[in-house]
Design a binder for this molecule. Structure first.
Ligand code: PGA
Length: 256
């Protein structure tokens, strides 16, 4: 794991944007795994401002609420089109977001996995982290080998996401999410976390044992996992000084 601690969320966002920019310039037909939520929003704005060529890029989103109409302002379809896709030259046919209204959800989930495989696998998977350590919507105790499937949100996640809806009661309780096994097959994982409310989940994920109680901790087993965080999110890390020292002393050839 590479832990990149930046003074502010803005600075951490810029680091993440440069990592993705480099990938898209080196591999114009890259396959990106994308995330929603408040964390990646400024990253999407930064990427839009970079005027990159998305014409050959393929994307797979991590998750979607079940039962929310696609046009609902809080659906992840709406989120992605509003905040990224409509601002770049991506081809609609190359965009994949789980269909929370699929008639046969297990069948849809199997197909989603097959589509990822058919696209050549995910080059870079962008991740946020829940205050409970979830990645995608893989809540605590999710199988570390899981594939794309239906999950029930924890009460904590419903509470956390109530800010996007009128009330907690309006947050759908069920979702489709890529599995942890799916995420682990991405060639690179890039996890972003900002703010003190993420500091406990980050400390457990980075320095705690690998456990499904904190799903993000599985990234310790991933060969190329970068954790890009601001100072408040880093505030419970015991070895923060070491991570800063490593990043400050990276050889030039290993900038990313
Ligand atoms: P957030 O959500 O970016 O809105 O904090 C992160 C997550 O739940 O994965």
């Amino acid at each position: 794991m590479e832990i990149i601690i930046q003074p502010t969320a803005d600075a951490a966002t810029q680091v993440a944007a440069r990592i993705i920019e480099k990938l898209l310039r080196e591999k114009p037909d890259a396959v990106l795994g994308l995330a929603t939520g408040s964390t990646p929003l400024p990253l999407y704005q930064a990427l839009i401002a970079m005027n990159l060529d998305w014409s050959k890029v393929t994307t797979f989103n991590l998750d979607e609420y079940i039962g929310l109409p696609r046009e609902h302002p809080q659906s992840y379809h709406s989120f992605m089109w509003e905040n990224l896709f409509q601002h770049v030259n991506i081809q609609e046919a190359n965009v994949h977001i789980p269909d929370g209204n699929a008639k046969d959800i297990p069948f849809f989930c199997r197909q989603y996995e097959e589509q990822i495989q058919a696209a050549g696998g995910i080059d870079l998977q962008l991740l946020g982290i829940g205050t409970d350590g979830h990645i995608g919507f893989n809540e605590p105790t999710s199988s570390l080998a899981s594939r794309t499937r239906i999950k029930t949100l924890t009460q904590q996640t419903c509470k956390d996401n109530a800010r996007f809806f009128g009330s907690e009661a309006e947050v759908p309780k069920h979702v489709i999410t890529m599995g942890i096994g799916t995420i682990m097959e991405a060639r690179q994982n890039l996890l972003l976390a900002f703010g003190a409310n993420k500091s406990k989940a980050i400390a457990e994920a980075v320095e705690g044992p690998i456990t499904s109680i904190n799903p993000a901790s599985v990234l310790q087993m991933h060969p190329v996992a970068k954790v890009c965080i601001d100072e408040p999110a880093a505030s419970q890390l015991k070895r923060a000084d070491y991570y800063r020292w490593v990043y400050d002393n990276k050889p030039d050839w290993q900038t990313f």
